[in-house]
Design a protein around this ligand. Sequence first.
Ligand code: SF4
Length: 454
Amino acid sequence: MRDNKASRPSRRYYFFHLGCPKNLVDAEMVATRLERAGWREADTIGDAELLVVTTCAFISIAEEESVDVILQAASIKKPYQKLAVLGCLVTREGDKLEQLLPEVDLFLPVNEMEELPERIGAGPGTNRDRTGIETETRKLFTPSHIAYIKVADGCSNMCSYCTIPSIRGELRSRGAGDIVAEAEKFVRAGVKELVLIAQDTTAWGMERDPAADSDGNDIYDVAERIGRSESIWVRLMYLHPKHIDIERTVRLLSSGSIIPYLDIPIQHASDLLLERMGRKYGHKRLLDLFSSLRRAHPDLVLRTTVMTGFPGETEEDLKILIDFLEEIRFDHVGVFEFSPEEGTPAARMEPMIPPETAIERRDMIIELQMDISQSRLEQRINKCESILVDGLIGADESPGEEIWGVGRYYGQAFEIDGVTYLSGDKADTGDFLHARIVEAGAYDLFARTERDLG
Ligand code: SF4
């Protein structure tokens, strides 16, 4: 790391990114504004004049991780560097953080993040629409062939355990025209996979009078318009079981506008717990939803998220959840244990489940799901799949002698699910390849390329 005055960096920034893809888009928006104000991304921490930490505060573990990264950034910060801490944790715990961390030069909560260029004296760098969401092509922190598109911010669902509505505010949807225009810009720039996200993507537009929205009626129309380009993947994530329109989703899948992968967090399958969580659907709705989707599209890859140890969860509730997971056989399941978040109704619910029980239940589900995930992936062996190449692997990092690259078939979301290791004919990052699946683990696939699809 450099420290002498002659080689001090000028107008370079370095991001420590934390949190989900929705947070990543926020970080990209802030970086875009810095770039418009003449800043550039530094190659290393030492090359930067400005260090930026974008924090997450969804659950306690995420908060702890955010604090660790702030401390780490503060400890390596040089006298010529400024440290800015942004995002959800600042909104939630800003006053406390300011007292505890005098090394930090600037704290900006979610609704002020975009002001970073002005607040560090770099001049204006903003260009946003009425919802506060960036309208021009962003700088991407993902590989240049993948882009997230945030269709809305905030959430009005008020699940009883969740802090997001208090941090991010009520649902605010972008205009359909803006979303489609952004997607088109990304496609023109060479992006091959667009991932539509929001806190609840299926709630898009619900806060508006449909008659007032002249350029699109619902998220299915928007996805359809984006998915018209045959050369790209359009993936939908964070769909709410209550809001999904089964018929429209099936139509979208059948038209090929979106890839057959849906991420639908259920959180639980017991009626009692779903009610206490404020999820506004029950076990029957979940059964109808997933069996209809699977029936209509047998090749559909399903991802969900579940929570263990919610207040009042009995062994019977746990069994209902396990039976449900065994029946639906999701391809991927994210499991996390309940954590009581200050200010949420669930934090005051009784009876609390001891944390060690919640963790034990979580681990039990992870183990069960590993077998299901592996057997779902094994069904792909000998099939040919279109694979999007995410990167090349050097001989020293390769998990197998012939493996030259890593990519994903449509059933693997970037940095969320597993990957597909590639051998055979080589290609470049961002290319689509045709490959035969030769081996499967619990999370990853191994494939041999056969023919370049261009
Ligand atoms: S849907 Fe529920 S869990 Fe998800 S962000 Fe909204 S309030 Fe939170």
